[in-house]
Write a protein that binds this ligand. Sequence first.
Ligand code: FAD
Ligand code: MG
Ligand code: MG
Length: 318
Amino acid sequence: MSSDHRIYSYSAVLMGSPILLKLYSHNEALAAQVFRLIKQYEDLLTVNRTPSQVMEINHAAGRHPVTVSRPVFELIRCAKAASLVPGSAFNLAIGPLVKRWKIGFKGDSVPPAQELAALLALTSPAEVCLDEEAGSVFLTRPGMEIDLGAIAKGYIADRVRDYLRKAGETAGLINLGGNVQTLGSPEGGWTVGLKKPFSEGQALVGALVVSDKSVVTSGTYERYFERDGKCYHHILDPRTGYPLDNELDSVTVISTDSLDGDIWTTLLYGMGVAKGCAALRARPDIEAIFVTRSQEVILSSARHFRFTLLDNTFRLTD
Ligand code: FAD
Ligand code: MG
Ligand code: MG
């Protein structure tokens, strides 16, 4: 590709997030198709309004199974498998807790411990029952709720990449707000910024250069509220019902599929730096950047990306 090739940017607001699409061709029609595709998946997967297939499953909890479309079934199967890994911080049945805390939405509050204990009893991933033949999902107890907020963007980012490839694009980038998926390698790669936690505006800790990779960041700073001097963020510990409390401000995962990236950011949040780096030794296809509260930036490895530190108040370790 010639170095004077222009990048064309298109934007929209979907899934409560600003969405940015970059293409190497001027193609308004393709951009409109991509935004329509995202909207279609949002309508299937959202838990923020009715109707959606996930909301139908939640409304039928304790009463009857709901037959869903194949992509929804596959995504729920994948989310259930990730939730059942022993010690997993990821739980697709976390819905009742997310709805009660309302972190990032109007009416957020700290629930009494007793109430959290009662809601925790409604979050067992084993009680999300899948019927392969019928393509149906059944939540065994009334009050149970699936929440795919931690992985739906990853799944959708992968579908956008596949769509662009099928449309004949050789290079493109989709940013769904926290989930970046890239196609191709324009001029040596795509540059993706790593946000500085809790900073105003666009301040960056560093920048990554990737090709044909997804970059997913989960941060405690993305959605949170403060009460009585304490910060409550939106990544909940399915073992306690409270926000995960450890040394981390953010975790970024670099992987081929954004769905893997989305699952692993939550898993690694639960593990913390030491256990997380140890777990990734068995997964050379997945790499992570941890940003700690004490302003350390730790790379698990860097085989599939280049990283440059841009803020010298942070220390880089690898
Ligand atoms: P991630 O770290 O990837 O995920 C955190 C989210 O996962 C939490 O917000 C919660 O929903 C869930 N979660 C928390 N703890 C766990 C856990 N232990 N295991 C599994 N999941 C957990 N936002 C709006 O403000 N308005 C909207 O209309 C809106 N619509 C949306 C529609 C769709 C289809 C999707 C996918 C998201 C939508 N959102 C909307 C954003 C949504 O509410 C979440 O804030 C967002 O999905 C969080 O993603 P993240 O990548 O920022 O964080
Ligand atoms: Mg996410
Ligand atoms: Mg996630």
